[in-house]
Ligand binder design. Structure first.
Ligand code: CMC
Length: 431
């Protein structure tokens, strides 16, 4: 049982403050410190927000100790095996599973917003052919606000909904175009008669020269990966979207900011780094050298795909992917994939190591997602873009939720100031 209030005493000034405790449906309660500065003249200090709830939300629930992840109350294990990605996107945005009619309408809407303005295509020509797809994705997504003036009024629910559709629909088109640009191949237009993931794979791998048939197993595996990556409550990129949006910025600019945050190797960039790391380790016999590097405080190397801010037990998404990884590699004629064998061995050795056990560092979702993406033929530099496409549904769900939140205000953290108190200005010749 959580207390309903928390009382703080400052014995020096003989002051006491009683702070209300707010309870969620499940999970830890939160002490409401919003009155602390006003009444006590103090801030709370929590670098990296280890113990701070930045908002209330009804979208995703995580219990990191028990390895639980639920979207709108539905377990990730059930959604992963029974739903399609757009069904999950609908659930995240509207809070309920769609009826058949709702889903087909939603699919139709997303599908029919897949095209990008012909003028927007010119933007790609400005990028060097070896530009990282995430750099292109940030730039081009941000520039969508220059094309869709009809959805920039964030105070109109219809316009908000339309921009959510546009973001979810156009990110695959932009990501595939970034890939085509890097290959020097013509862009492939989205197809209105294809499913979301099927359409994305088609835009990535079809050429105007021949018929391209999307592999059903690849589509299924990617659908699953998109579901697992769709949302993860207040992670760095989602919090970035929320903070950016809190100033009233338009949704395309907010998503561009979210993509920028996602790109970092400690967040979504990890799936690319896992593959790079496995390739660098190369052989099982080198594993111990890399484990020693990861444990060495003077070495910046970290075991990519291990550890998580919230999961202090096996990441439930990694558990699902571990099994899928086997199946995908077997069926896509890559069963002897040496990187997968290496990954399994690395996992086994790390999980017997006191350093990783003591710190509760288990494989996370990105430990396996990269291996599967690679087996599906997705180039390593596109891995984080895959994550961004999937997470666009979560970003939009959070953005829509916060726009309706009566407690929403501009995000403005405070600081513990450690600089000089006051100094005299010396003219330049006297310094
Ligand atoms: N390899 C080696 N040591 C690690 C690792 C790692 N991957 N992760 C954490 N540690 C150590 C860290 O050095 C620290 O040790 P000590 O207590 O001796 O100083 C301890 O474990 C706690 O680490 P932390 O940095 O305080 O933990 P955090 O919650 O701030 O960071 C993390 C979480 C995910 C950023 C971190 O575990 C990490 O950098 N992992 C590798 C990158 C990665 O795989 N990221 C993908 C996350 S899942 C996808 C997503 O949702 O974005």
């Amino acid at each position: 049982m959580h207390p309903t209030t928390l009382t703080l005493t400052d014995p020096e000034n003989q002051q006491t403050i009683t702070l209300p405790v707010r309870k969620g449906t499940i999970g830890p309660a939160a002490v409401d410190v919003s009155g602390l500065y006003r009444e006590f003249g103090m801030f709370t200090y929590d670098p990296g927000f280890l113990a701070t709830a930045s908002c209330s939300s009804s979208i995703t629930y995580i219990d990191g100790e028990a390895g639980i992840l639920r979207y709108r109350g539905y377990s990730i294990e059930e959604l992963a095996t029974k739903a399609s990605f757009l069904e999950v996107a609908y659930l995240l945005i509207y809070g309920e599973l769609p009826t058949e009619y709702d889903l087909s309408k939603f699919e139709h809407n997303i599908c029919h917003h897949g095209m990008i303005d012909e003028a927007l295509k010119n933007f790609f020509r400005g990028f060097h052919h070896n530009a990282h797809p995430m750099a292109v994705l940030i730039g081009v997504t941000g520039s969508l606000s220059a094309f869709y003036h009809d959805t920039l009024d964030i105070h109109t629910p219809e316009q908000r909904e339309l921009s959510a559709y546009r973001v979810i629909a156009k990110l695959p088109t932009i990501a595939a175009a970034a890939y085509k640009h890097s290959k020097g191949e013509p862009f492939i237009y989205p197809r209105y008669n294809m499913r979301y993931v099927e359409n994305f794979l088609h835009m990535m791998f079809a050429t105007p020269c021949e018929q391209y048939r999307v592999n059903r197993l690849a589509e299924k595996a990617m659908n699953l990966l998109f579901i697992l990556h769709a949302d993860h409550e207040q992670n760095a990129s989602t919090s970035t979207v929320r903070l950016t949006a809190s100033s009233g910025a338009n949704p395309y600019a907010c998503v561009a900011a979210g993509i920028a945050s996602l790109w970092g190797p400690a967040h979504g960039g990890a799936n690319e780094e896992v593959l790079n790391m496995l390739e660098e380790i190369k052989d099982v016999k080198h594993i111990n050298v890399y484990l020693d590097k990861a444990k060495n405080k003077n070495d910046s190397f970290r075991l990519m795909g291990f550890g998580h801010r919230v999961y202090k037990h096996y990441d439930p998404r990694a558990k699902i992917l571990r099994g899928v990884c086997h199946r995908v590699l077997k069926e896509l004629a890559d069963s002897n994939n040496p990187l997968f064998e290496l990954a399994l061995r690395l996992e086994e050795i790390a999980l017997q190591d006191a350093y990783f056990l003591e710190r509760k560092l288990y494989p996370n979702v990105d430990f396996y997602s990269g291996i599967i993406y690679r087996a599906l033929g997705i180039p390593v530099s596109m891995f984080t873009a895959m994550f961004a496409i999937a997470r666009s549904s979560g970003w939009m769900a959070h953005w829509l939720e916060m726009m309706n939140d009566p407690e929403q205000r501009i995000g403005r953290p405070r600081q513990l100031y450690l600089g000089h108190a006051l100094r005299q200005y010396n003219s330049i010749g006297k310094r």
